[in-house]
Every structure is written in structure tokens, then in C-alpha cells.
Design a protein around this ligand. Structure first.
Ligand SMILES: Nc1nc2c(ncn2[C@@H]2O[C@H](COP(=O)(O)OP(=O)(O)O)[C@@H](O)[C@H]2O)c(=O)[nH]1
Ligand SMILES: [Mg+2]
Length: 243
């Protein structure tokens, strides 16, 4: 067994209708945490799931019978942004990571994010997709979105919405108010505000696998429209009020 490479890490997983995926995701994550991290916690965020996610989460908590695993329940559903905020503001350790519950990322790659942070002394390590398992339309929409974010806010990263990040808690403590609830805007809002506050952001490639169970909900038209309206509202606020 390797030596732990990090003292403490909070890990959270946003879950929306992930009854078929979350057990597998957690079973893979725990051995990795035991090997790499001295002290860790896992926060499972059930964002008003309509399937049996709640029961599965209770089972996971019992199975490991640890205080290290806690569950936050939203009822009703708040959306991806709401779930991310619950995770960020309830994480107790100095380093925070989150990733998807559906198994599309390989949690063991957290070791690469940690090593990247340690070699660069960055405050935030964000993933970019080495091979993204989504449609061409999604890739084009994301690129247009990233171009608009660059024009409006000067933020340039490879994949703004990549759902695998390692965050120093001091960023979360510095940015007490994230607004995005519904929609995918939360990732952009978080990065825009972290950059504006002067934090160092670096990127690292991560693998991405097809979803095998359940349904992706992150990209329906309502989510996209809400994300654009949030983006322009933030731009207006920063330029015409004081953010
Ligand atoms: N909390 C919350 N999580 C969501 C919601 N929609 C998706 N998620 C979670 O966010 C992650 C990514 O969502 P997914 O629909 O797979 O998006 P995609 O892989 O980016 O197309 C998964 O872990 C989902 O369970 C939502 O409305 N609320
Ligand atoms: Mg997914």
C-alpha cells in the first residue's frame, strides 16, 4: 500500500435518480480514499430523487457504518447547482472534491488531481475530458458556452463543466454566495468568482466513460435556457452593480 498523499479530503456526490449507480460509485471510491487520504468524509446529496436513491443511500451509510458518510436530502429537487452548493458549504476538510454519481468518471484519478495540485501549488485543479462520451451537439453547445464565458468574463479553460474538481476550502470560504440553483451555471459561476478573487486554477485531463444506467438530465432545453439567463445576470451584476 502506498503512503497517504493528502491529510484530509471532503468528497461529495450529487445524486438525482441514481439508484442503479451510486452504490457502485461509492464502492470504488472508498478503497481509493483509504489508500490516498488520512482523514476523509463522503457527503451524499440526494436532490429530491424520485426513484429509490434515498433507500440506497441509507444502505450505503449502514454498510460502512461510519461517521465518515453523511446524507443531505433536498425535498423537492433543487437542481445540480443547489446540490453542488450543499456539498461545498457542508464540506469540513481543507480539500474538497466532487464528481458525478453515475460512474462516468474514474474516481481513482483523484490521485492525479492531488499530485497536480502538489506540484503546482494551485488552489483549484479542474478536469478536462480526454475523451468525452457525449453527442457532437453537446460538445458544440459547450464550446459556444465557453466562448461566451471567455468574451464576457475573460475566463479560458478547456472544459468548464467537467464534473471532476479538487478545491481548496479557502475558495469556498472566500466566495460565500453562489447563486446558481437550477441549470449548469454553477460550474461557470464558481470558476469566474474564483478567478476574480485571484485563486490559481490549473487543469488536468480525466477519462470519461458512457453512462450505463439511468438517464442524464443535465442538458435538457430548460437547463440550457436557465444557464444562459444566469450567465447574463451575473455579467450585468458584475458590470453595473458591484458583485
Ligand atoms: N442534485 C442534482 N444532481 C443532478 C441533477 N441532475 C443531474 N444530477 C447529478 O449530476 C451528475 C451529472 O448529471 P448527468 O445528468 O449525468 O449529466 P451529464 O453527465 O453531464 O450529461 C450526476 O451525478 C447526477 O446524478 C439534478 O437536478 N440535481
Ligand atoms: Mg452523467
Amino acid at each position: 500500500m502506498n503512503k497517504p498523499i493528502l491529510d484530509e479530503l471532503s468528497v461529495f456526490f450529487p445524486c438525482y435518480n441514481e439508484e442503479k449507480n451510486i452504490q457502485n460509485t461509492i464502492s470504488k471510491a472508498i478503497p481509493v480514499l483509504n489508500e490516498l487520504v488520512k482523514k476523509w468524509e463522503i457527503i451524499l446529496i440526494n436532490d429530491g430523487s424520485k426513484d429509490n436513491t434515498a433507500t440506497v443511500l441509507e444502505k450505503i451509510k449502514k454498510q460502512y457504518s461510519k461517521d465518515d458518510i453523511s446524507i443531505i436530502t433536498h425535498n423537492p429537487n433543487r437542481g445540480y447547482g443547489g446540490a453542488l452548493k450543499s456539498g461545498l458549504y457542508n464540506s469540513k476538510y481543507q480539500w474538497i472534491t466532487f464528481t458525478d454519481s453515475d460512474g462516468q468518471f474514474d474516481f481513482s484519478e483523484i490521485s492525479n488531481l492531488i499530485k497536480k495540485q502538489q506540484s503546482t501549488k494551485a488552489d483549484l485543479v479542474i478536469g478536462y475530458y480526454l475523451s468525452r462520451q457525449v453527442s457532437k451537439t453537446t460538445i458544440i453547445t459547450s464550446k459556444i458556452w465557453e466562448l461566451i464565458v471567455f468574451i464576457l468574463f475573460g475566463l479560458k479553460v478547456t472544459d468548464i463543466d467537467c464534473g471532476f474538481k479538487l478545491i481548496n476550502k479557502k475558495i469556498v470560504d472566500t466566495i460565500p454566495k453562489l447563486e446558481a440553483e437550477r441549470g449548469a451555471f454553477i460550474s461557470s459561476e464558481f470558476l469566474i468568482k474564483a478567478k476574480k478573487a485571484g485563486f490559481k486554477i490549473v487543469e488536468i485531463g480525466v477519462h470519461h466513460y458512457p453512462r450505463t444506467e439511468g438517464k442524464a438530465t443535465g442538458r435538457n432545453i430548460k437547463v440550457i435556457l436557465k444557464s444562459f439567463s444566469d450567465l447574463f445576470r451575473l455579467w450585468f451584476k458584475i458590470n453595473f452593480h458591484r458583485a
